[in-house]
Design a protein around this ligand. Sequence first.
Ligand code: PEP
Length: 248
Amino acid sequence: MRQTLVAGNWKLNGSKESIKELLAGILDGMSEAKTDVAVCAPYIYLPLVDELLSGSKIGYGSESISEHDSGAFTGEISGSMLKDFNCQYAIVGHSERRSLFGEKDADTANKFAAARKYGLTPILCVGELLEEREAGITEEVVSRQLDAVIALEGIAALSDAVIAYEPVWAIGTGKTASPEQAQEVHAFIRAKIAKRDTAVAEKVQILYGGSVNGGNADELFAMEDIDGGLIGGASLKAEDFLAICKAG
Ligand code: PEP
């Protein structure tokens, strides 16, 4: 039985004050959480998150990472810098990074490698656009996104990673994939990995992301291959986030 994980992705949101309030609220309700819990914060707030969460059971990390170690890469943040602030996770390949910032499968794979190099657990996001689902190529798209990482890092690397299946049409839209639709893709991902390595397939946590909330988390997390969620909008209010952490 895999442990479930609920990870928040705050995106471009928050302030010192709101983050203090949010984390105090989550810490307060943690005794009722049934899942492991983590938050991924904007880079600038990671020192604050580190200070507020050190010694707690809540994991934390970044929303992206540079593929480079150091050097002339203005504006970038490296894996060693994230480690300096005790991060455990780095999201890579989020659909917003892919669509708004032009990150390709190969960039995501390099970021995945950079996270592992510094002992961070990459949360690798994969998922299809609405037109790709409608064209019946969801599995092809998800396969291509996974293959870029497997080709660079090898199948065993997925055992130190978390995968998040996030259909792009469900992110921030209020439209959730049905538990059956999500399970179908999660099972496909696990079977694809199992063809290369059954132990890795059995171990890797596959989260679902896309408009998860307190009302739908239970039935999503009850599906065999769904091991928790990556949460955007509902991770910004302690009460909403905790309602999801109590599911599963
Ligand atoms: C996300 O951005 O990863 C996400 C799942 O967002 P939301 O929960 O708001 O759909």
